[in-house]
Design a protein around this ligand. Sequence first.
Ligand SMILES: NC(=O)c1ccc[n+]([C@@H]2O[C@H](COP(=O)([O-])OP(=O)(O)OC[C@H]3O[C@@H](n4cnc5c(N)ncnc54)[C@H](O)[C@@H]3O)[C@@H](O)[C@H]2O)c1
Length: 339
Amino acid sequence: MTESEVGIGLVGLGFVGEKAHLPAFNSIPGAKLIAVADVDLPRAKKAAEKFKLSAAYPSHKDLLADPDVDAVVISVPTFLHRQIALDAVKAGKHVLCEMPLAPTLSDAREIVEAAKRAGVVLMPSLNFRFTPNYVKAKELVEKGSLGTPAVAFYREFIAAEVLAQQWPPNSWAWDQAKSGGGPGFTLSVWAIDLLRWLFGADVVEVHSVSRDVVLSELGGTKGYNSLAVLKFSSGAVATLQFSGLVRPLMSTSRLEILGSNINSLTATGNDVLTLYGAEPDKQEWVFRKRGPRVWGHYQEDEHFVESLRQKKTPMITGEDALKAQEVATSIVKAKQALL
Ligand SMILES: NC(=O)c1ccc[n+]([C@@H]2O[C@H](COP(=O)([O-])OP(=O)(O)OC[C@H]3O[C@@H](n4cnc5c(N)ncnc54)[C@H](O)[C@@H]3O)[C@@H](O)[C@H]2O)c1
């Protein structure tokens, strides 16, 4: 790795690998995309051709043997992260790993410990910390615009038709052992981390219930519903609501935070933030960005590259990933207890 350029290898060209990380790393100054790997070799070759990369591999092992690769992005299904991450740190490569790190906490801890022992950087992909409207929300919370944040309501609805296409019923994403607990588990890690970061506090109490509806008209995909209530060490409380039981027009992601001074913030999608206060009674910020820049992946990947170039610890560590997964695991356990 030279000070001016970090060689990047990307493993897994599915939804997040191909749509988010690939275009992001392709345009980040100081990053040089070297190669991609995917068990679906034609998919890897197509990406390598499109982005003019020197190699497309069918296995992460070939990619790890490439001396020009300094850092690896792992965006394969969750149950495959562990082996690839362990092989990568053994090969002395830095790692940006998609979340959850692994389906179980023990496997996730193994990855974090292995990276520490090898002295390489492991940054979990918790991109909500880089999403434009959440970054602005953090700035306002830190400025005291809400007094002390007291309550948050977070809601994420994804259309059943969209999910059935991205993650068909036989996909790894619905398999408890492969995903760690289905979409309710997978999706909650980002929201949990977001609230820990915004509140500057840890989760101390978790309650949850769930209800999944099998959608036979969509090939048996599950219209999941996962509802959790969290209490934080600061005294703040929050609800999380995840659903895949809606039509496309009901798709939404929305965060509301109410403060001790009766001001509140709402973040709609990833691009709008509104502050409800006294004078003025309403202020709105609209971030006109698209794709990886509005989801935060571009800024996240840029932060990873800059941390490596400047030899600084990234703002998100393995410990943050473990804390988010501990809470997500409690949500799933509580759900199982009720079945
Ligand atoms: N940060 C985010 O916004 C975000 C969004 C979606 C998914 N994710 C996470 O990213 C990961 C991948 O999810 P996805 O929805 O993109 O998955 P996906 O199923 O769409 O794609 C996975 C890709 O990995 C490839 N693959 C499978 N096994 C492989 C192997 N052994 N070696 C190399 N390639 C292999 C597949 O061929 C496929 O191209 C998951 O951990 C998921 O939780 C993160």
